[in-house]
Design a protein around this ligand. Structure first.
Ligand SMILES: C[S@@+](CC[C@H](N)C(=O)[O-])C[C@H]1O[C@@H](n2cnc3c(N)ncnc32)[C@H](O)[C@@H]1O
Length: 190
């Protein structure tokens, strides 16, 4: 397999001006329950560090792009954050590599526009524990946005919910994301 379509990143300073990671994680309930986090496609580690600071367990993050993995590791080292395991991995071909029902919080952030979103949601369903949360964010389609995948492949909330239900997850809520005007968010449960 390969990198999901339209998954390349702009420079980090630009990317990280588009949202507020900690507010998003708070809104989606990251850190409410103790346990581990799994992140699919960590990019520059924008949400990895913020998640690690909120949870008692380990954050398992992966990305298919070694440059992104390197950027995330460098950032973790600079920040002195040690509770994160980052690896280069193709989660479409190989899954996330974590045991069944082992995560309290799963991050599917800016990634469900890939070719097989239901397959990725099934992998999220496999790894999240009962009572845990799969958090989804993506670019809005109902306003003009400064970035984001093409509108034809940009998932809408209702579509995402239908895919999630096919994958065995259930919709919990669609919270507002503070200081992140270009994105919508959704909490899914098992
Ligand atoms: C649009 S970026 C989002 C990064 C991060 N989730 C965020 O919101 O800041 C998508 C990331 O997913 C990674 N990615 C795409 N396809 C992947 C795959 N099959 N396996 C692992 N990572 C993948 C890309 O390399 C990229 O870093």
């Amino acid at each position: 397999m390969a990198k999901g379509r339209e998954s390349d990143m702009p420079p980090p300073e630009l990317w990280e001006g588009f949202f507020e990671p900690d507010g998003i994680l708070e809104a989606l309930g990251c850190g409410v329950s103790p346990g581990d986090v799994v992140e699919f496609g960590c990019g520059y580690g924008t949400f990895t560090i913020a998640a690690a600071r909120r949870v008692s367990g380990t954050v398992y993050a992966s990305d298919i792009d070694p440059t992104m993995v390197r950027a995330t590791i460098d950032r973790l080292v600079r920040a002195g954050v040690r509770s994160v395991v980052v690896e280069t991995r193709d989660f479409v071909a190989d899954g996330c590599g974590r045991p069944d029902a082992s995560a309290t919080f799963v991050m599917l952030f800016n990634i469900l526009h890939i070719e097989d979103p239901i397959g990725l949601l099934r992998e999220a369903h496999r790894v999240v524990r009962v009572g845990g949360v799969v958090g989804v964010i993506h670019w809005r389609h109902d306003i003009e946005t400064p970035r984001g995948p093409s509108l034809e492949i940009r998932p809408r909330p209702a579509q995402c919910r239908a895919w999630a239900e096919k994958a065995g997850l259930r919709w919990l809520s669609s919270p507002e994301l503070p200081n992140s005007p270009w994105h919508w968010g959704m909490k899914l449960g098992r």
